[in-house]
Design a protein around this ligand. Structure first.
Ligand code: PRP
Length: 191
């Protein structure tokens, strides 16, 4: 059960598509000498970025997934990062790109990077669509970032609010309703 809320567009679908195309070009240039790039998506939030990113990469890629959880249905990080589902394939000696939807405190990405580095990939880089640098508690930054955003609660393009709104084609800012169920003059969505 969530409080009623409205979603205000923050980053349009077109802006995301343009940025993903740019980032794919940089990734392709960086990994131009690799035979195979293993894309490791962190479930669940990265699934939309991965789908768009891999279709912009004109190179040999394999896709694998790691499921980690740090937030559950809470809006505040528990800081406890758990591996819920491991990779299907091996990454030792391979070139790996970890794909994340958002870096907030940094606990998730730093834990995942440590976890995967222990398997001795040849090279491991990271990409996150969004970065909230003002929220950082762990000193980590993705190799590539789509957009830096302020400390707003966001949804869409894979990112959820209590498992809702992952399917929005844009990134939206969540505005929670007041006690009357209103956000400004608007009546918020019931949930
Ligand atoms: C969210 C998000 C990132 C992480 C970022 O994951 O997808 O993985 O939090 O936060 P941090 O930098 O503070 O660690 P969540 O656990 O909500 O899972 P989800 O991807 O399934 O939504």
């Amino acid at each position: 059960m969530t409080r009623p809320y409205v979603i205000v567009e923050l980053i349009s679908a077109k802006a995301i598509a343009t940025r993903v195309e740019e980032l794919a070009g940089e990734i392709q240039a960086t990994f131009r000498n690799t035979d195979k790039l293993i894309i490791v998506g962190l479930l669940r939030g990265s699934f939309v970025l991965i789908a768009d990113l891999v279709r912009e990469l004109d190179m040999n890629v394999e896709v694998d997934f790691l499921e980690v959880s740090s937030y559950g249905n809470e809006m505040v990080s528990s800081h406890e990062v758990r591996i819920l589902k491991d990779l299907r394939g091996e990454i030792e000696g391979e070139d790996v790109l970890v794909v994340e939807d958002i870096v907030d405190t940094g606990y998730t990405l730093s834990h995942v990077v440590r976890f995967l580095q222990a398997r001795n990939p040849r090279r491991l880089e990271t990409i996150a669509l969004l970065d909230k640098p003002s929220r950082r508690e762990v000193d980590i930054c993705a190799t590539w970032t789509g957009f830096e955003i302020p400390d707003e609660f966001v949804v869409g393009y894979g990112i959820d609010y209590a498992q809702r709104n992952r399917n929005l084609p844009y990134i939206g800012r969540v505005r929670l309703a007041d006690a009357d169920g209103k956000v400004g003059n608007e009546v918020a969505e019931e949930s």
